[in-house]
Design a protein around this ligand. Structure first.
Ligand code: Q46
Ligand code: ZN
Ligand code: ZN
Length: 322
């Protein structure tokens, strides 16, 4: 991760990581401090959280969600975790083990929801039954269950582990299409509205690589493998394109995303239909929706009536837009 002999910018002790976008090297202690500072900066700038909030962290068992949970606890917030069993074969089985082990080792509360046990389907089956790409069926399920768990549990805010690379990649895709509707919604804070909980992304100032390093330094075991359904999707291609640019010009990725938030996002306020849509309650589950039945209940109806589909049958079909 770092050239032999490199010294920490702060204390001049041997460095463990180089961060070209900061044009500096850091020892373990000062690297952790930098991560904490970046999270605090994001939280304060966007008024994401207060110490009185009851926080629910959406946990996948990967590095980002475990790191954000760890960071929030470390910074003195009270936060429980929510793990959703998506039924994506071995990937889901292993990711659940990492999430449970993390919570158990730190005596944290982890809520678990299983699509198969509680709703009678899994993501591969939902994909096939609804003729959607897996990530679209998965996204509808996750969003609904995140909202429901947060509201049912009396949590005031839902946290996700989206990092700078994720957000920059989504921004890149939305910009390539000049999708104003999506661009207007791409903010690190969505206020609570129409029965949706407040949602925040405290890791938007930190990269994937930094979150992997956070986990290694803090001794957090996480699932390294990507979801098999993600293989070949556009989101990964956008990340690679941005990484190539970043390599040539360190700092570009952060500037692309963070300057969007600073300079462009304010110009797009009010351009998202979701901000003005009149929503009604789903006739089946009561969740806010534009139609009679919400997207989740439509997925449940089709997928739970379908015979289970093995994960191999729907591998690598790519994800939908966020
Ligand atoms: S879990 Fe679900 Fe992701 Fe897997 S199926 Fe797609 S959306 S890639 S973050
Ligand atoms: Zn140091
Ligand atoms: Zn519904």
């Amino acid at each position: 991760m770092v050239a032999v002999g490199s010294k920490c910018r702060v204390c001049k002790e041997p460095a463990i990581i180089d961060l070209p976008r900061h044009n500096a090297h850091f020892c373990a202690e000062h690297f952790l401090e930098l991560c904490r500072r970046q999270v605090v900066k994001a939280i304060e700038k966007f008024e994401m959280l207060t110490k009185d909030d009851r926080i629910l962290v959406a946990v996948s068992g990967g590095k980002d969600s475990l790191a954000v949970w760890d960071l929030l606890i470390d910074l003195g917030y009270q936060a429980d975790g929510l793990y959703i069993g998506l039924g994506i074969g071995e990937y889901s089985d292993t990711s659940a083990e990492f999430a449970r082990a993390f919570a158990a080792q730190r005596d944290l509360h982890l809520i678990e929801v299983s699509l198969r046990d509680q709703y009678g389907y899994d993501v591969p089956t939902a994909s096939k039954a609804t003729k959607r790409v897996p990530c679209s069926a998965c996204g509808i399920s996750k969003r609904h269950l995140f909202d429901k768990a947060a509201l049912d549990g009396g949590y005031t805010v839902l946290v996700t582990g989206h990092n700078l690379d994720d957000e920059a990649a989504v921004l890149f895709g939305n910009t390539l299409r000049w999708d104003v509707e999506y661009l207007a919604r791409q903010l690190p804070v969505l206020p609570s509205r129409h029965g949706f909980p407040k949602k925040v992304k405290p890791l938007v100032r930190l990269t994937e690589r930094e979150m992997a390093a956070w986990c290694i330094v803090r001794g957090i075991d996480y699932l390294v493998d990507e979801c098999p359904m993600a293989v070949g999707n556009k989101h990964l291609a956008y990340k690679e394109a941005l990484n190539a640019i970043e390599q040539q010009s360190p700092g570009s990725k952060a500037a692309f995303y963070l300057n969007f938030l600073e300079n462009m996002a304010p110009l797009l306020v009010g351009r998202s239909a979701a901000a003005t849509d009149s929503l009604q309650s789903c006739s089946s589950c009561g969740a806010p929706t534009t139609g009679d039945l919400c997207a989740f209940c439509r997925v449940v109806a089709k997928a739970s009536a379908h015979e289970p589909v093995p994960v191999e049958l729907v591998l690598g079909k790519g994800r939908g837009r966020r």
